[in-house]
Design a protein around this ligand. Structure first.
Ligand SMILES: CC(C)(COP(=O)(O)OP(=O)(O)OC[C@H]1O[C@@H](n2cnc3c(N)ncnc32)[C@H](O)[C@@H]1OP(=O)(O)O)[C@@H](O)C(=O)NCCC(=O)NCCS
Length: 331
């Protein structure tokens, strides 16, 4: 028997119905379909238009579908971690609210805040609970209602993001499948270039913070782009090198979807051809913590037991990293 690893044993995604197309954005800000598509790879994104609904509703829908697919009773969940940059409230944790919505009454739960790397960091965290042998069923949710912090009069940012959620179930595996290795990184200096300034303890909400638009995302696009290209490509190549994996060994790269050009550069650095790269940026934009599970969800039927996946992300913080995962089910 091999050591206990944490394997993904089920996956589900959820996106709201409304499609915000590049064409519609042309009527909102000074932009055009050709610029957005060529500079980012995005054609449309989904938006949760119901103002009474929040990230927990997106997350709860993703988990409900996951439980149904797996025929799992919510009472069996030991732990639920929600990765989100747009929590319903600063506290309590959105994970707690999701547990309430799905009836996971035996689970403990909390959020992880690591911007666009949150799902990756949460996968790593959840895996440790499984590897310890103490917990058997851990749900990791990535959920973001990015439209709630978007300035739809700023063309440099509002074209990039969309709303969505995805969830995975982690269970113990003793047959050599699951989470194999990881490289995770943080650089707090990145805070200067990508942040939401208002609403926290430094700048609590005032008329001034609202007037200054501090409750929206602020991003210095070009600077973040340079860090993201280097960060994501570096760790993706490094994790392959560290584990003696060649491009032929990799079934799929599962990259965070911030900009198609960042993904292209990462794949190139790894020597992996684009037919092995999961992409959903064209139809969902950057769903922050939703991008990776939404990709896995869409590719689930193509995945085979034993497939080597490199999952990599870069986000605000700065935070970035890569996980090598051996897929645990499928043909
Ligand atoms: C935001 C981003 C798409 C901008 O692309 P870019 O190629 O860097 O574009 P620039 O910011 O240099 O702007 C180039 C020009 O396009 C203009 N522009 C910006 N947004 C535009 C839009 N939506 N439509 C048309 N023109 C636009 C700029 O005003 C600028 O015009 P100028 O040359 O007259 O000054 C890109 O920088 C990016 O993806 N950054 C990283 C995002 C990211 O990874 N985030 C990670 C966290 S998830």
């Amino acid at each position: 028997m091999q050591k206990t690893r944490a394997a993904i044993t089920a996956i589900n995604g959820y996106v709201p119905e409304y499609r915000l197309t590049n064409k519609e954005l042309e009527g909102m800000v000074d932009t055009n379909d050709e610029w957005i598509l060529s500079r980012t790879g995005i054609s449309e994104r989904r938006i949760l238009r119901d103002r009474t609904k929040a990230s927990s509703d997106l997350g709860a829908e993703a988990v409900k579908g996951l439980l149904k697919k797996k025929n799992l009773n919510p009472l069996e969940i030991d732990l639920l971690i929600c990765a989100t940059a747009t929590p319903d409230m600063l506290f309590p944790a959105t994970a707690n609210i999701i547990c309430d919505k799905i009836g996971a009454k035996n689970a403990f739960s909390y959020d992880i805040s690591a911007a666009c790397s949150g799902f990756l960091f949460s996968l790593s965290t959840g895996a440790k609970f499984i590897e310890s042998g103490r917990y058997k069923k851990v749900v990791i949710v990535g959920a973001d209602k990015m439209s709630s912090i978007m300035d739809y009069s700023d063309r440099s940012i509002c074209i990039l993001f969309g709303d969505g959620a995805g969830a995975v179930l982690l269970e113990p595996n003793e047959d050599g499948f699951g989470m194999m290795d990881e490289i995770l990184r943080t650089d707090g200096n990145g805070c200067n270039y990508l942040h939401q300034k208002g609403g926290g303890s430094l700048n609590p909400a005032t008329h001034e913070t609202v007037d200054k638009k501090w409750h929206y995302i602020y991003q210095e696009g070009q600077t973040v782009f340079k860090f993201a290209v280097k960060g994501m490509a570096d760790v993706s190549a490094e994790i392959m090198e560290k584990n003696n994996l060649t491009a032929d060994d990799i079934a799929y790269l599962v990259p965070h979807q911030a900009n198609k050009r960042i993904i292209d550069a990462t794949a190139k650095r790894m020597g992996v051809s684009m037919d092995k790269v999961m992409l959903n940026i064209q139809k969902f934009g950057n769903t922050t913590n939703g991008t990776i599970p939404l990709c896995l969800w869409e590719w689930e039927n193509k995945l085979k037991k034993g497939d080597n996946l490199i999952i990599s992300a870069f986000g605000g913080g700065f935070t970035w990293g890569a996980i090598w995962l051996k897929w645990a089910y499928g043909a």
